[in-house]
Design a protein around this ligand. Structure first.
Ligand code: FAD
Ligand code: NAD
Length: 473
């Protein structure tokens, strides 16, 4: 029997641990390396999971406030930050501990330390506690080193009052004023958490809208809610510089007409994007190439220009999302195992877990317009959904982006409570090449928000039971 393939995976985040586990399941001899003692990477330790635990708490606070409208009042929330932080940490520990056990069950060798390339078939692992680097030869390596927050020099203060997402997840203080620099995923999600916990939050975004690139009708739904919950949202405004003052952090805001204003905040969250961890020592001893933004260049199999080295997850390009990393991991490992595989999805879902949530997959209206591609859009307002009204959440919308000739579904967008769960139907439909008729002929349970997908499909034909909008000839 031939020796098992030796695979080294660098980085134990969603991409790395998925690759390691799948390769072990396929019979490879796997070494997984991470600087952190725990598996899970950014997503589990300082990203998806802790932020969603805090957002759940924020959502409960919002629900309790809304309930007063229907005669069920709970009063003002009493927030114990230590317990909230402790609960969030418990969730993280449960999941990272579980991954550790799964690695052991699969006989994946885990090395804690920093990996560097000695050459195209060997990595050196510098143990976390110091000591001699350990050489690990490999047939194949998968680089899954993820990304880190961007911190432009003008916004980088060594001051505990200025946080990135990692610091913000520790919620050291949830009172006073918070400036959020950047109205993207992190700015909106964590801004919403701090607002729910009691801070007065101002979001400053330098482009013309929140969540740049996302369809404007979807963004409007969440922007309305943000306007209600936040102290202010400033668009077309750049935070040019942060300066420490004894009584706060002074931010210089540069507005659309060139005017600037200095404002003082108790705390600042800088959330202006993430950049790939691709400056791995010794990478220059291989043929691996980086693009202009520092992402490792890969083909559809996630193979780099060096045939023995693959790259997946945030370090291998946008979108920087955990589920993209999961699927790239499988494509890379399957390729190494000699199976036919490629990462060529039609629909990578994206979800912003604000309340309401924003979710989309496949072709967006914005991208179709940018590409000059003709599409038909059917938009169902949740005000006509029985379920949305029973939840007191009529503000949402579900939209379908459709090929006008074939009536095939190309993309789905949603904004509303629970949109992140609902979008999975859109992903399946787009991937399966479903037509709008397939969606309307599939029976959706009543009363559920999932019916908004079928109603949007009915509306496409001008034959929607719960909304009178006949098709124009
Ligand atoms: P990572 O998770 O970044 O892991 C990389 C690992 O590599 C790290 O553990 C690091 O220690 C290790 N490493 C790096 N260099 C070396 C080296 N030289 N040697 C050894 N180890 C090394 N995505 C979603 O899909 N949904 C969400 O809800 C979501 N929420 C997020 C919230 C926040 C606040 C943040 C910051 C991100 C969020 N993301 C979310 C993005 C998600 O976390 C990333 O897309 C995902 O973690 C990428 O996985 P990865 O495997 O590529 O790398
Ligand atoms: P982002 O790219 O989503 O948003 C950054 C925003 O900051 C942009 O809108 C940009 O225009 C703005 N900006 C940049 N410089 C500015 C300045 N000086 N003043 C004002 N505005 C400025 O980046 P992020 O929010 O840091 O998130 C990083 C990535 O992490 C995301 O792109 C996503 O891939 C991932 N993430 C995903 C989720 C999720 O899936 N729910 C949650 C959090 C993070």
């Amino acid at each position: 029997m031939p020796d098992a393939t030796r695979l080294v995976v660098i980085g134990a985040g969603p991409g790395g641990y998925t690759a390691a586990f799948h390769a072990a399941d396929l019979g490879m001899r796997v070494t997984l390396v991470d600087e952190s003692p725990r598996l899970g990477g950014v997503c589990l330790q300082r990203g998806c999971i802790p932020s969603k635990a805090l957002l759940h708490a924020a959502g409960v606070i919002g629900d309790a406030r809304r309930a007063a409208r229907w005669g069920v009042a709970f009063g003002a929330p009493a927030i114990d930050l230590d317990r909230l932080r402790g609960w969030k940490d418990e969730v993280v520990s449960a999941l990272t501990g579980g991954l550790g056990r799964l690695a052991q069950q699969r006989a994946v060798t885990f090395l804690q330390g920093r990996a560097a390339f000695a050459d195209r078939h060997k990595v050196m692992v510098e143990p976390a506690g110091g000591g001699e680097p350990l050489g690990v030869p490999f047939d194949y390596a998968i680089v899954a080193t993820g990304s880190r927050p961007v911190r432009p020099a003008t916004l980088a203060l060594d001051d505990p009052r200025v946080m990135d997402s990692t610091g913000a997840l520790e919620i050291a203080r949830a009172s006073g004023s918070l400036l959020v620099v950047g109205g993207g995923y992190i700015g909106l999600e964590l801004g919403a958490v701090y607002a729910a916990l009691g801070c007065t939050v101002t979001v400053v975004e330098m482009t013309a809208g929140l969540l740049p690139g996302v369809d404007a009708d979807l963004v409007r739904v969440v922007a309305r809610q943000m306007d209600r919950e936040l102290d202010g949202v400033r668009l077309r405004t750049k935070v040019a510089v942060l300066r420490p003052r004894p009584d706060g952090i002074e931010a210089l805001l540069e507005g659309p007409d060139g005017q600037s204003e200095a404002r003082l905040f108790d705390q600042v969250l800088v959330a202006v994007g993430r950049s790939p961890n691709s400056r791995i020592a010794g990478l220059e001893r291989t043929a691996v190439e980086l693009d202009g933004r520092g992402f490792i260049v890969v083909d559809a199999h996630r193979r780099t220009a060096e045939p023995s080295i693959f790259a997946i997850g945030d370090v291998a390009g946008e979108p920087m999302l955990a589920h993209k990393a999961f699927h790239e991991a499988r494509a890379a490992v399957e390729t190494i195992a000699g199976r036919p595989a490629a990462f060529e999805p039609l629909a990578v879902p994206a979800v912003v877990f604000t309340d309401p949530e924003v979710a989309w997959c496949g072709l967006t209206e914005t991208r179709a317009a940018g590409e000059g591609r003709a599409v038909k859009v059917s938009r169902f307002p949740w005000g006509a959904s029985g379920r949305a009204l029973t939840l007191d959440r009529p503000e949402g919308i579900t939209k379908l982006v459709v090929d006008p000739d074939s009536e095939q579904l190309l993309g789905v967008g949603m904004a509303g409570a629970g949109a992140g769960e609902l979008i999975a139907e859109g992903v399946l439909a787009v991937e399966m090449g479903a037509t709008v008729s397939d969606l309307r002929l599939s029976i959706h349970p009543h009363p559920t928000l999932s019916e908004t997908v079928a109603e949007a499909a009915d509306l496409f034909f001008g034959e929607c039971t719960h909304l009178y909008r006949p098709k124009r000839s």
